[in-house]
Design a protein around this ligand. Structure first.
Ligand SMILES: O=[N+]([O-])c1ccc(O[C@@H]2O[C@@H](CO)[C@H](O)[C@H]2O)cc1
Length: 509
């Protein structure tokens, strides 16, 4: 008797896997920009001062989209201070992270980096300390044709072609008391509606993301979504979700169940958005931009923004070092995102470099992959086409934080050419046997990769990351998992506390 059963059928489809699901995030925070993506004088830097080694790892990670410039940073950002001749730009005191921002990298430098690296930019406007005019001006600066003030300023700065930025966030985490210019839901809803209206008048082709809650634990959760959407439902395309997970007090079981917490959070936001739509008798569906998600030791390792001293020169802020266990959870969070492909077309792993990131650097030194790099890169590479509505029958276990959760989770995708991507997590501390049932198609697994959890304290540096990769990240032998029949079923064994990705072919017969 297998411990769990996963049933796949090519006609049970959930929705298209939008490539923007594999987005990430670069904020002016700590060393994400300076000595992260950008470090003039570094031996790998290009003629623009951007690190080639980081750009190469970004490509390997499979990142499709990058959100910029914040995060909390955006809520007191004056974008005009960071365009034009670099020598004339003035440093600025960023209040979100209490850091002197030198403004050496601004909108043009970021957008041109994104263009060179083939990632779609997602821009955020400041709705904390600024408003409608500055937001509309930034859209015009980025997307306007010659002949108007802000578009002409861009051209004067040497960029003739509009950038054509499609995705825009209407501020960031405006429900959070820590946000500079924090607002209540009515104040924010009205401002977002007016700013969004003006931005779309500049460029009607843009898509807008309105701020949802900063986490499911926010006291205003639910009410915030309903109120904000009551002002913006007809205008915006997406509502944002943010969630960070961590192991607290050695409670591995709850931490390993983070994917279930994310799953319930998505269901609740979808229900809130659909309730607003139902009341309006609207056929429009608001989808989700899950534009900040990751493992972040926020409660246990972060002192809090207000306890940070004022710093300059790219200080080390929230440079979490990850373990194999963290990487298993990241893989499982990706399982959850794929299982909501019908309602979550956009997501961003927060963040890309140095700040709670899959890629780390040393100034003047190496760039390397954290353990969390591997499940993200592998999912971005193997998940294509359509997400299937996978049926998983598994035993449940009890957790202190999330109640009863399944021991095994799974997601699967199928490309137009029948390429299958299958992603499976075993949250239990023992090996489990999974019965893989495929109905209406023949299945062959051709490639497998597995991340297993560890018990070691993670240590900063490339040597430790390489050690974790050696111990926890491995190829899975798929030669025994080839099934050619139509209604076949076979067994795969999953290591304790592991995340496994399989590639294969799924031939309809
Ligand atoms: O739950 N919290 O206490 C909490 C606090 C800060 C917080 O900030 C978010 O995460 C930061 C790092 O990615 C981004 O700049 C911001 O948008 C997100 C959540």
């Amino acid at each position: 008797m297998a411990d769990a059963r996963i049933t796949l059928h090519p006609d049970f489809r959930r929705g298209t896997v939008d490539r923007r699901l594999f987005g990430s995030f670069v904020e002016h925070l700590g060393r994400a920009v300076y000595t992260g993506i950008y470090e003039p004088g570094h031996e790998s830097s290009d003629e623009h001062g951007f690190r080639r080694d980081v750009a190469d790892l970004t490509r390997e990670l499979g990142v499709s989209m990058v959100r910029y410039p914040g995060g909390n940073f955006v809520s007191n950002y004056v974008w005009e201070d960071a365009v034009g001749p670099v020598g004339q730009r003035k440093p600025f005191l960023d209040l979100a992270w209490r850091t002197v921002e030198p403004n050496l990298v601004g909108t043009d430098e970021f957008l041109q980096w994104a263009e060179r690296e083939g990632v779609e930019p997602m821009m955020a406007v400041n709705l904390g300390t600024r408003g409608v005019a500055a937001a509309a001006a930034l859209v015009e600066y980025c997307n306007g044709e010659a002949g108007t003030r802000w578009a002409d300023l861009r051209i004067a700065h040497g960029r003739t072609e509009p950038y054509g930025v499609r995705l825009w966030c209407l501020g960031n985490e405006m429900d959070g008391p820590w946000q500079i210019g924090h607002k209540d839901a009515h104040e924010y809803g009205k401002l977002a509606a007016e700013a969004g209206k003006a931005m779309k008048l500049v460029d009607p082709s843009i898509s807008l993301v309105v701020c949802g809650s900063s986490s499911m634990q926010m006291p205003t959760f639910g009410d915030w979504e309903r109120t904000v959407l009551s002002y913006t439902y007809d205008l915006v395309d997406h509502i944002s979700m943010h969630a960070y997970y961590e192991e607290v007090g050695g409670d591995r079981g709850s931490f390993l169940a983070s994917g279930t917490a994310m799953d319930r959070f998505i269901d609740r936001v979808v229900a809130s958005a659909d309730a607003v739509g139902a009341e309006r008798r609207s056929d429009k569906k608001i989808t989700i931009s899950f534009d900040e998600w990751n493992v972040w030791y926020l409660e246990t390792r972060f002192p809090g923004e207000t306890n940070l001293p004022i710093q300059r020169d790219a200080p080390r802020i929230i440079e979490d070092v990850y373990s194999g266990l963290d990487a298993v959870v990241v893989g499982d969070l990706l399982v959850t995102l794929l299982n909501h492909a019908d309602r979550v077309p956009v997501a961003a792993l927060a963040q890309l470099v140095n700040v709670i990131a899959p890629i780390m650097t040393e100034p003047g030194g190496e760039a390397w992959r954290q353990p969390t790099f591997h499940p993200f890169a592998t999912t971005a590479r193997l998940a294509h086409g359509t997400a299937l509505d996978v049926r998983v029958d598994a035993t449940a276990y009890d957790t202190a934080r999330h109640g009863s959760v399944p021991t095994v989770t799974a997601a699967a995708t199928v490309g137009d050419d029948g390429t299958l991507g299958l992603f499976v997590t075993n949250r239990s501390d023992r090996e489990v046997e999974v019965d893989l049932a495929h109905v209406g198609a023949a299945l062959e697994l051709t490639e497998g990769w597995r991340m297993v959890a560890d018990h070691e304290q993670a240590v900063h540096g490339p040597e430790h990351a390489a050690k974790v990769a050696d111990a926890c990240w491995s190829v899975v032998d798929t030669s025994a998992v080839v099934v050619g029949t139509v209604t076949g079923s076979t067994t795969v064994r999953l290591a304790p506390e592991s995340w496994t990705a399989f590639a294969g072919t799924f031939a309809r017969v």
